[in-house]
Design a protein around this ligand. Structure first.
Ligand SMILES: Cc1cc2nc3c(=O)[nH]c(=O)nc-3n(C[C@H](O)[C@H](O)[C@H](O)COP(=O)(O)OP(=O)(O)OC[C@H]3O[C@@H](n4cnc5c(N)ncnc54)[C@H](O)[C@@H]3O)c2cc1C
Length: 391
């Protein structure tokens, strides 16, 4: 391994972490990092929070500069793999020979058109990168009426920041906010806080469609229509896999990793692009700490092979919206009502739900707690004293 060539494609959290970790652990071979964004890596979660509100700049949300020697190809996409010659083909015509490849090309925003729920010609905005965030931030100056499709974590964060900037905001979904993942108690908590800040929420179980052309109207299955100056779809993300077409590395639309982040001999993957096998088949966990954990495992596997410690997924994410800071650890979706482990709505709460496998999903609501403690709660079976969580 010492003199071998490693190419990492995708220069965001997962890619940068793999590269940094390899050098930190003494890898002395050739290391190349390829990224199609025109600038260095940044903290993507900050886009919908401090960057959109104007509190942060691209400089303040930059990931720490690489502290090691790496050949960096910035602003150029990988377009394919020449399997016979073991080379990565770049959009500028260059080719990069590799002994080992790490796929860290992440994901992009899914659209309503992707879901077959938009009329032809609809102008749909999405929010994934710094360019999307700049565009929205500039538009918020004029306080446009904003309609957001999708009441998940990202949709509600955008709603929170747009409302704080003075826009009239409507969020439309098939369900109440965050309900599908976090259950009724936390959904009600967030919905109450959103409504208290003037946000309009609308849902219908039969779904939403974007109608018309140009800036669309958002229509619910019961005929209610919502019009805005701006319609933003926040309906999940899909992995960036097109450049892997024809390589045989994609199975049922996924790049599947094993517990050492291996996809095929000499090829690994980590981060939002990678699907890991869990109880319900292969799933991507497009969260910050999952990308970080997988990147560490991929680097360890490159250096140690079967001796590397396997990945032990411990899903964790956080969100800030409408004055609520929420940290959640463990399997989703949660089922049933939570048990209050500590606190109160006024002073901050610690909640758990049984996960059906002898452990729990744990959440901290407006309560500072080290991740390690939140993780420890996921290993305990909660007692059965459910509660209503209202502000
Ligand atoms: C707005 C927003 C808010 C978020 N908030 C939170 C949060 O609060 N908490 C949380 O846990 N997670 C959050 N996330 C998720 C978190 O940001 C991701 O899990 C994390 O960024 C994944 O890192 P990654 O490196 O795997 O992928 P990405 O960050 O998607 O990076 C992949 C990189 O690869 C590049 N790329 C793609 N294709 C190619 C190609 N062919 N050639 C070269 N380069 C390519 C992409 O342009 C990109 O730079 C948020 C995400 C977004 C979009």
């Amino acid at each position: 391994m010492a003199r071998e060539r490693v190419v990492v494609v995708g220069a965001s959290l997962a890619g940068v972490t793999v590269v940094d970790e390899l050098r930190r652990r003494g890898f002395g071979g050739e290391l190349t990092l390829v990224g199609d964004e025109p600038h260095s890596a940044y903290n993507r979660p900050a886009l919908s929070k401090g960057f959109l509100s104007g509190a942060d700049t691209l400089e303040s949300i930059a990931l720490p500069a690489l502290s090691c020697e790496v050949d960096q190809r910035v602003g150029v996409a990988a377009t394919g793999i020449d399997g016979d010659r073991r080379e990565i083909v770049l959009a500028d015509g260059d080719r990069l020979p590799f002994d080992h490849l790490v796929i860290t090309t992440g994901a992009r925003a899914r659209t309503m058109a992707d879901l077959g729920a938009a009329d032809p010609g609809v102008r749909e905005s999405t929010f994934r990168d710094v360019s999307d965030a700049r565009t929205l931030r500039d538009r918020l100056v004029d306080r446009p009426r904003v309609v957001i499709v999708g009441a998940g974590i990202l949709g509600m964060e955008l709603a929170s920041t747009c409302a704080a900037a003075g826009s009239a905001v409507t969020v439309v979904d098939r369900q109440r906010p965050l309900r599908a993942q976090l259950g009724r108690s936390l959904s009600d908590l967030v919905a109450d806080a959103a409504i208290a800040r003037g946000v309009t929420l609308a849902h219908h179980p039969a779904g939403v469609r974007l109608r018309g052309s140009g800036t669309p109207a958002v229509e619910l299955a019961d005929g209610r229509r919502f019009e805005g100056d701006l319609v933003i779809s926040a309906v999940g993300c899909r992995p960036n896999l097109e450049w892997l077409g024809g390589t045989g590395l994609i199975a049922d639309g996924d790049v599947r990793i094993d517990d050492r982040c291996r996809v095929a001999p000499g090829i690994l993957a980590a981060g939002d692009v990678a699907a890991f096998r869990g109880d319900h088949g292969h799933r991507r966990t497009p969260w910050w700490t999952s990308a970080l954990d997988q990147a560490h495992t991929a680097a360890a596997t490159l250096l140690g092979g079967d001796d590397a410690a396997p990945l032990v997924p411990s899903p964790y994410f956080w969100t800030q919206q409408f004055g609520i800071t929420l940290r959640v650890c463990g399997a989703l979706p949660v089922r049933g009502r939570p048990t209050v482990v500590a606190g109160s709505p006024a002073e901050g709460l610690l909640l758990t739900w049984p996960d059906g496998r002898g452990g729990a999903t744990a959440a901290a609501v407006n309560r500072r707690i080290p991740i390690s403690r939140l993780r420890a709660l996921t290993r305990a079976t909660p007692s059965d004293t459910p509660m209503e969580v209202r502000r």
